[in-house]
Structures are given as structure tokens and as C-alpha cells.
Design a protein around this ligand. Sequence first.
Ligand code: 3PG
Length: 306
Amino acid sequence: MKKVLIATVKPFAPAAISQMKELLTQAGYDMQLLEKYPDTETLKKAVQDADALIVRSDKVTPEILNAAKNLKIVVRAGAGYDNIDLPAATEKNIVVMNTPGQNANAVAELVLGMMVYMARNRFNGQPGIELKDKTIGIHAYGNVGKNVARIAKGFDMQVVAHDPYVSSEIVERDGIKDYEEVEDMYRNSQYVSLHIPATPQTIKSINYDLLKLMPENAVLINTARKEIIDEDGLIKLMEERPDFKYISDIAPDKKDEFEERFGERVFFTPKKMGAQTAEANINAGVAAVKQIIDYFENGNTTYKLN
Ligand code: 3PG
């Protein structure tokens, strides 16, 4: 019987786990659950005899892969896979997949939720502002970006986008102005929502020079990865621009400094929670299980990343 280990420091919703278990049991697989594990050693032990591994933002390093003697496939139940060492997996002939799009709506709803929270002064009773007629720039028009655009349109916001990997035709088909140059999008967007992955090209790419282009009362929203922000550059800009706000679902490395210096102008969720909904957990968890079964039974590699 093949063993599928679900190893998540941040557990899935119980409804997701029960659907995943049902699917695996029906298909004749054994499901092992390792939630809120305290350290790498615990994961190394649990993964020893696993044939498949499902993770979220959990780090899958060469150390973990070396400990996993039977491992054939790792599925990141989610979109971003910067937590998985792809070359190390490839070297060991381990297939890596993600489940793109499955948690996108959850992340997008959080973007707009945090924007409203800040626009209404954290619901403190003081007059705030509305989102209607403001411009939001979507930095990367992928699964999450598209959902942010859809919901922002419901608020009657002006939606614009920049994505070097998506053609203007596709963006404009959705009634969204596409900026070819990233600088132009920042120059014309009071709100910018980030949806780029953390790669060697994007790390620290959201920097002082780019952010300083944003118009008055600018708000930057980050539900992507903390690594894409040049934190020193953002701190410098926020010193110079008392109108500038930063909202993030991932606390920056310099969280204390941001909070001490900028107080109410920054907001960070205590734990990354963009994908923390029952629906997103079910979508991503069930997709991960189905992909594993389909890989073992039919050799389907549709979402293979390596
Ligand atoms: C993703 O890349 O899918 C999101 O950042 C969600 O990550 P999580 O599964 O750790 O919540």
C-alpha cells in the first residue's frame, strides 16, 4: 500500500483532511498526517517511508529529500513553490507539482478585505475613504491577480495590470488596461497589489525607485512573498512619504522597525493567511491528492514543475 504523507506546519481545515482521506482510502492508499510538527527532524522521520508528500509552505530541502528513501512525488498544495528545492528533487528523480489556481480566490478576497480595513482606519470609527473610482494596479496577472481584478471591479475600481508573461490581448480582453512598462503601472496606480513569485529575478525588485513613482496616498498590498520587497528601500520611501501605506500578509523581516516607525500606516497579518479558508484548503488539498493518484495510476504529469 502506497503511503501519502501530509506534512503541514499550518494545518489544512478539517473538512479538507476528511475529503483527502476519503479519496486516498477509496484509491487504496494509506494517508499519514503530520500537522504542526516542531522541527525538521520530526519531518525527516515521518517522510522516511512515504511514497508521496503533500506540503504547503513547508520547506522541502535536500536534507528532507535524502531522508525520504521511497519518495516519488511531492505536491505543494498551493501556488508558490519557492519552498521546494527543485534541482535536488530532480536529481533524485522525484516529481514536484503544485496546484495552481486552487487557492487564488481566497488570497484575492483577503487583498480586498485588507484594503477595506485600512481604507476605513481599522474600523476605529474615524471617517475613512472608499475604494470606488480609485485605481488598482495588479502586478502579475496570474490566477490571484485575475481574481483581485474581478473583485476590484465589483468595487467600481479602475483596474490596470502589468505582466511581462501575459499578452496585452489577454489582459485587455478582461477590460483591463495593460501597461507594458512596470514603471507606468506604478505611476498610475494609487493601490498596487503584488502577485509575483519569489525568484532570483524578482527578489528585492519592489524597490525605492519603483515605489516612489506611486501617486499620493499610495497603498502597497503584498500577499505574495516578503522576499520580493527591498525592505530598506520601502522604509526609506515611507520616511519620505507620510502618505504611503504598506499592507502585507507576510510580515517583513524588519517587522518591528516598520511598526515602530510607521504605526498605523502598516498592517501585517500575524500569520500568512491568504489561503487559509476551508474552500481553498479543500480545493488545493483535494487537487493534490487527485494529482498524486493520477500520477501513480496513469503517469499524468500535467502540473509537473521539474
Ligand atoms: C501559495 O503559494 O499557494 C500561497 O502563498 C499559500 O501558502 P500556504 O499554503 O502556506 O498558506
